[in-house]
Design a protein around this ligand. Structure first.
Ligand code: COA
Length: 138
């Protein structure tokens, strides 16, 4: 909530449009200083998601993430968004691919959130550039 107040974006509650039930969170968020320092390109804005297990595999994370990206380009006027996850998190990586993000191997990193050698320590970074269309050439 502080991020929404201070930066104008943050994680959002995701509802299942079929019944209005709360199913998780999808949104934009910054990076904590320690995590940011671990990533070669020092990105400032990421898209992230976490949904209840009962709704996995229905395309809902992808649907919500597309809406969040559209909001980043058109309402927030952002031009670049990244996403990070553990290298072995194939469902999350697949969502990144489905929304048009590209893996940037030069920005892969070891997450400081896990102990050395932990299977979740190696992380990947995906990136997408967007923004409003350029004006027509003179
Ligand atoms: C990641 C997460 C949000 C995905 O939600 P979801 O609504 O199931 O995602 P979608 O249905 O839109 O897409 C999932 C894709 O992953 C694929 N997938 C699932 N398990 C997979 C696996 N083991 N290997 C490869 N692909 C896999 C699905 O087949 C689907 O791709 P497809 O549409 O091409 O078939 C959900 O799994 C989750 O909340 N996980 C726990 C939290 C988490 O890991 N968050 C990210 C932390 S960075």
């Amino acid at each position: 909530m502080a991020e929404h107040t201070e930066r104008g974006f943050g994680m959002l509650a995701a509802e299942d449009r079929r019944d209005g039930s709360f199913i998780g969170v999808i949104g934009l968020t910054g990076f904590g200083a320690v995590l940011k320092a671990a990533i070669p390109s020092q990105p400032s804005l990421q898209i992230a998601w976490q949904l209840a297990t009962r709704v996995w595999g229905q395309g809902l994370a992808t649907e919500g993430a597309r809406a969040v990206l559209d909001h980043a380009w058109t309402a927030l006027h952002e031009t670049e968004v990244v996403a990070v996850t553990a290298s072995i998190n194939m469902p999350s990586r697949r969502v990144m691919e489905k929304i048009g993000m590209h893996h940037e191997p030069s920005d892969d990193f070891l997450s400081p959130d896990f102990p050395k050698g932990h299977p979740l320590e190696p992380h990947v970074l995906y990136q997408i550039r967007g923004g409003p269309p350029l004006p027509p050439a003179p």
